[in-house]
Design a protein around this ligand. Structure first.
Ligand code: IFM
Length: 444
């Protein structure tokens, strides 16, 4: 058996990612909570409820687990509706709560990365149109200023908006997220306003904290034409690829958002990124499908025989991680990259160890080309509320019993702890946790 290891550069960030609404519990003043109370939107009618009870203090236990597992960073988000419960009111206690959490990370030797917007909006914002109008831009900037002033002593790594493409497309084109609209033109307008909000936040953060590093997290989906010899599949692949992956990044890099419905000017957004956050999960196969006008005539699926997660939501396709990083390097030469999310849902942990090892291996390949990947945040630290899929998806390194709030460590948590502690992945680890992929990673 070869004895080898894939080492990462000194100072590489190893952590997990979480989001306020998914872990805090009782976040009852935002649009997602309201959506959950209505019938028919969430699988099995499930609700976020107490979530992982972080607001009740259980973040301490979870941060202990992360720190004991060798993680040196953690990505979390703050909840706008807690901090600004009404347009004319700030909740200083909520800000103090977040200060304690960031201090808690620092005390445990972990660098905080704070996301300002992760899918949720205060109800008051939602009431007058959320991100549908440009009026949101100064409001988001004001919120950002308040948060950064309050937390700047503990955090200098900021993510303005998580997955603006998913927020806009799921809420305004597919209708699976609130407000459940199906209007592609509106989805593009929402994304443009998010680019403007991001730009305003970027400048506000730098004005308060010149040394800050500010970016956003893009959900990037590599795509393949299902039948490469069939021109309509190739065309469709390009249409969906551009619609899903490219609108927001073009707004930020060029100041012009390129969408399937035309261009939108966002000049203020040009150049507003100090790093790019990449959320990578899987690769889609695409066919042209006349029956799907609402999805721009495209059907996305995983090919037969894919290594699928419990509910088929994610296929283990590690080469897509390398492709994602390569796309970012080619698109934005020299821009630092952070893998801000990557993970798989699996309650009994039979697939996660190989998913983890194979994806870390692909990141190592990228790092070996001297590509500037600075960190990796696993989604997620502990099972949490998975939006329209409720509690049916278990993404945690740690299992959560929703009824008792008890946590139980999955074997993947031990594997990830060894990776974080060693700053690399070794053949012994693969042999111990996922021998089934040993030959793939260490060909004899
Ligand atoms: O849980 C989500 C997260 O909120 C955003 N990125 C994808 C994750 C898994 O679906």
């Amino acid at each position: 058996m070869p004895i080898a290891s894939f080492h990462f550069p000194k100072g590489f960030l190893w952590g997990a990612a979480t989001a306020a609404h998914q872990v805090e519990g009782n976040n009852n003043n935002n649009q997602w909570w309201a959506w959950e109370q209505q019938e028919g939107y969430i699988v099995n009618g499930e609700k976020s409820g107490l979530a992982c009870d972080w607001w009740g203090g259980r973040w301490k236990e979870d941060f202990d687990h992360a720190a004991q597992g060798g993680q040196n960073a953690h990505r979390l988000s703050v909840e706008w509706s807690r901090i600004q419960p009404a347009p004319d009111r700030w909740d200083e206690d909520a800000l103090e709560h977040y200060r304690q959490m960031l201090l808690g990370l620092r005390e445990r030797g972990m660098i905080p990365m704070v996301t300002l917007h992760h899918f949720t909006d205060p109800l008051w914002l939602d009431d007058f149109g959320g991100w549908e109008t440009e009026a949101v831009v100064p409001l988001f900037e004001k919120f950002t200023r308040k948060v950064v002033e309050a937390l700047k002593d503990y955090c200098s790594l900021w993510c303005t908006i998580n997955e603006p493409n998913i927020y806009a497309l799921s809420g305004y084109a597919a209708g699976a997220f609130p407000p459940g609209k199906k209007d592609l033109r509106l989805a593009m307008r929402v994304q443009a306003n998010m680019a403007r909000g991001h730009a305003a936040a970027y400048r506000a953060i730098h004005a308060i904290q010149p040394e800050a590093r500010v970016g956003y997290a893009l959900h990037y989906r590599p795509m393949l034409a299902a039948r490469p010899g069939f021109p309509l599949d190739r065309l469709e692949r390009n249409i969906l690829f551009n619609a899903i992956n490219m609108a927001f990044p073009t707004a930020i890099s060029t100041g012009v958002m390129r969408t399937p419905l035309g261009k939108v000017r966002t000049p203020e957004a040009k150049g507003t990124q100090d790093y790019l956050g990449l959320n990578y999960y899987s690769v889609d196969s695409v066919t042209f499908d006349l029956r799907k006008p609402g999805e721009l005539f495209g059907h996305r699926f995983y090919p037969q025989g894919s290594d699928l997660s419990d509910t088929g939501f994610i296929a283990n396709m590690p080469e897509g991680m390398f492709a994602t990083i390569k796309w970012a390097v080619n698109s934005y030469p020299g821009l630092p990259l952070i893998v801000t999310e990557n993970g798989i849902e699996c309650a009994d942990d039979h697939i996660r160890p190989r998913y983890l090892a194979q994806h870390i291996h692909q990141i190592w390949r990228a790092v070996n080309f001297n590509w500037p990947v600075k960190g990796y945040f696993h989604w997620s630290l502990v099972d949490n509320f998975e939006w329209e899929r409720g509690w049916t998806q278990r993404f945690g390194l740690w299992e959560l019993n929703i009824r008792t709030q008890a946590r139980r460590k999955r074997p993947s948590a031990d594997l990830y702890a060894e990776i974080c502690t060693e700053n690399g992945l070794s053949s012994e680890m693969v042999q111990k946790y996922c021998p089934e992929v040993f030959e793939k990673l260490f060909p004899g």
